[in-house]
Design a protein around this ligand. Structure first.
Ligand SMILES: [Zn+2]
Length: 78
């Protein structure tokens, strides 16, 4: 196994590490709902992509109804 022949100075180590920082993810806004989304991907909030709705996502009221129904079913089974 290779071993470093010379000691790296603090500064040379820090110079190399100057490129290690992570860059923040580039986000764009959904043209329909203005939710931040990754570029070239479907909006997870409303399912919109390239001028049309791709995903059939429930509306907030539908989600609430589903949740209530689930809880009712749970209560019945007990
Ligand atoms: Zn959206």
């Amino acid at each position: 196994m290779g071993l470093p022949s010379k000691r790296r100075t603090k500064q040379s180590k820090r110079d190399r590490a100057s490129h290690f920082a992570l860059k923040s993810q580039a986000l764009s806004l959904c043209p329909k709902c203005k939710h931040p989304v990754l570029p070239h991907s479907v909006c997870s909030h409303c399912g919109y992509y390239r001028g049309r709705d791709v995903l059939l996502l429930d509306t907030k009221s539908e989600r609430k109804k589903k949740k209530e129904k689930k809880q009712e079913d749970k209560a019945k089974n007990r």
